[in-house]
Design a protein around this ligand. Structure first.
Ligand SMILES: [Zn+2]
Length: 673
């Protein structure tokens, strides 16, 4: 019953059809679609004027339209699926051909037919007349297929391989694309499989995709919209009559009083009451139809001709659906709750959610530097750990360097940057006197003065990245004290540091007896922890710093902070699967890498498990005055996972709080607008 064009024409003639070639989906829906009270909050005749922004979208699916493909990036409950339902009826009644309507799951596909498609057919006599009587699973009128003269609609789901493999289709509707599985077994990407089935129809095919977006970088609908002519819906301001796009930042209200929410025109700043929206939406559409293309759907990227893209947010919801007051309310309720903010961003704003929220701002960190001296260990610092990154220069190792950061660690994982060093030279040469490795070696016997007069400290341990130039790193490390020099290799792991493996190392042509231990480091987890730590609010005057707080001396330059914050955590489609990855956003990030390796050796040393007794023993061994009172009881669940188990000690000096340039907590961005 799936047919080619000549059969289709024959069927139409056979059925006595003389379709009006200019009838559009909107016109068909206005004339034929009745919404029943079971399936719609607004039963009665479908009126396109109720959601004027849907007119152009659904009319792309009319046979008179030259548009082949469009996508709709949208909030929830704005009518995206309803326009596809209209297209189903239109095709059955007016432009028969094979169609495939895809939902994310079987359950949703069945629900669509039961709750929307069947009621639409039952309420429309011309459609009922075209379908065989409903008979269980067979007979061409069931939950998965509807046969009609000249065509058939299949209602399938993204993981149904059979549904995606069968014959050619002319109409492809893909709903909630971002919820689709990104691959199905060996078959590959269901979106691509579905698209392949439209190939035979060439320019006569119609493809519509709609979805609420999800995560930045992993959102299929956003990828489609980005590669489209990017339309936004412009409506006239009732006061200045200029075309405006509703954007969330212009919705303003008195904090705590969402009922005062009004839209402030971005052109004339006049507050607009929500009741005016009905006319504004209609006027946008009407003026566009009358030829004023400043209104209605306006492409921001008109040079893209192969796909029309539409984006809208819930501020456009017709009066009676989601109100501006509800939007304001939901925004307030979501403050400080990332999961709710994500839902708000996706489902109300129709925007993707940035998972990189944890990327700290380098300028904020630069501004919060503190007045303590480089290479002097601040009062709270009790153990020194270094991280080393091996950098090849241009043309092999010759113009390379060893990049080193040294941090002092104290209770509660609090840490202070003590120094950042670069030992220039040929990193492939660990033997000659000019070798940067000799300078690194010298660091192992260096003594750092402590803020407490007369006390000096040496480095506990250093972690050297052997990801690059491994042979040189192993050779050098084999000659060092294994308790103080650790070879590390960064990977994506589910632990901070995995157990070590022995690797062979040649020393001057001979196999080293003891070899070298290589530790695999879960750099993903350590970066997660570090970026969370970097965003902890600075403590107030004489306040205990939060667990994991990182202090920086005044001497550091902006480049240091740019490198430290030079990566971001992103979600990417990797071989069809969503993966969380760290990506550099600038070429150089050694400070971040060395900070991570230094933290890895501190973790290996067990500082996360140290008790107050441990810390006091360390203070004693350093010759620091013991003025700390007995430890307070540990409150279960108080320190975050992975934090030191030692309790906070209110009398302990956290170092240099008196001159701290504390910017204070930032207010919510919204209220500053
Ligand atoms: Zn205005």
């Amino acid at each position: 019953m799936l047919c080619n064009a000549s059969q289709l024409a024959a069927d139409q003639i056979g059925a006595g059809l003389r379709p009006d070639p200019t009838l559009t989906v909107s016109e068909w829906a206005d004339q034929n679609r009745i919404l029943d009270s079971k399936s719609s909050p607004e039963p009665g005749r479908w009126r396109t004027s109720r959601t004027p922004y849907l007119r152009e979208l659904q009319d792309n699916l009319s046979i008179s339209s030259p548009v082949i493909e469009f996508c709709f990036k949208k909030p929830t409950q704005i009518g995206g699926t309803a326009m596809f339902e209209n297209a189903v009826g239109y095709v059955m009644d007016h432009a028969p051909g094979p169609g495939l309507f895809l939902q994310p799951s079987q359950d949703l596909a069945k629900r669509l037919v039961k709750q929307k498609i069947d009621p639409m057919i039952e309420a429309c006599p011309t459609l009922t007349a075209k379908l065989p009587a409903k008979r269980g699973s067979g007979g061409g009128n069931n939950l998965e297929e509807k046969e009609f003269p000249g065509g058939m609609w299949l209602f399938k789901w993204a993981s149904s391989t059979a549904g995606l493999r069968s014959a050619s289709i002319r109409y492809l509707l893909m709903d909630e694309l971002d919820e689709w599985k990104t691959e199905i077994g060996e078959q590959g990407d269901p979106e691509q499989l579905a698209r392949n089935r439209t190939n035979a129809y060439g320019k006569r095919k119609k493809i519509g995709a709609a979805s609420t977006p999800t995560i930045t970088g992993a959102s299929k609908i956003s990828a489609l919209y980005d590669d489209s002519d990017q339309r936004v819906y412009k409506v006239p301001c009732p006061y200045c009559d200029l075309p405006i796009t509703f954007v969330f930042k212009h919705l303003r209200w008195t904090k705590g009083k969402p009922e005062t929410a009004r839209y402030h025109c971005q052109e004339c700043d006049t507050p607009i009451d929500e009741y005016r929206k009905t006319l504004m939406l209609e006027e946008g559409d009407r003026r566009n139809l009358q030829g004023d293309k400043r209104f209605g759907w306006v492409p921001l990227n008109p040079s893209n001709k192969h796909r029309r893209g539409y984006w809208i947010n819930a501020l456009y919801s017709p009066v009676g659906f989601k109100s501006w007051e509800e939007i304001a309310q939901e925004w307030e309720a979501a403050q400080g709750k990332p999961a709710k903010l994500k839902t708000f961003t996706n489902c109300v704003l129709g925007e993707t959610w940035n998972e990189q929220g944890e990327a700290p701002d380098n300028d904020t960190l630069f501004k919060r530097r503190e007045k303590f001296e480089r290479n002097v260990v601040p009062a709270g610092g009790l153990l020194l750990y270094a991280g080393v990154d091996v950098q090849r220069g241009a043309g092999g190792g010759k113009n390379g360097w060893l990049d080193v950061t040294i941090y002092a660690y104290g209770r509660n994982r609090e840490r202070w940057l003590v120094d950042h060093r670069q030992f220039m030279g040929d990193t492939a040469d660990e033997q000659s006197p000019e070798s940067p490795w000799k300078k690194l070696e010298a660091m192992l016997s260096e003594q750092w003065p402590h803020a407490h007069a007369g006390v000096t400290m040496r480095l506990q341990a250093m972690g050297v990245d052997s990801g690059d130039q491994a042979a040189t790193v192993y050779r050098w490390a084999a000659l060092q004290d294994p308790a103080r020099v650790k070879c590390l290799k960064g990977e994506n792991l589910s632990v901070m540091v995995a157990s070590a493996t022995n690797v062979a190392s040649d020393v001057h042509g001979k196999k080293s007896k003891r070899g070298v231990k290589l530790y695999r480091v879960g750099i993903n987890l350590i970066k997660d922890e570090l970026y969370a730590d970097l965003q902890r609010p600075p403590p107030g005057l004489n306040e205990q710093a939060p667990t994991g707080y990182v202090h920086f001396p005044e001497a550091l330059d902006p480049e240091f902070f740019a490198q430290l914050t030079g990566e971001r955590r992103v979600q990417r489609l990797v071989k069809g699967k969503v993966a969380t990855l760290w990506e550099p956003i600038r070429p150089r990030v050694e400070v971040l890498d060395t900070t991570v390796y230094g933290r890895a050796v501190s973790y290996l040393a067990g500082i996360d498990r140290f008790t107050e007794d441990h810390w006091q023993a360390i203070e004693q061994s350093l010759g620091l005055d013991i003025t700390t009172p007995p430890p307070a009881p540990v409150v279960p669940g108080q320190p975050p996972a992975g934090a030191s188990v030692s309790p906070p000690d209110s009398t302990r000096k956290t170092g240099h709080t008196e001159n701290r340039a504390a910017p204070g907590r930032k207010r919510s961005k919204f209220w500053d607008r």
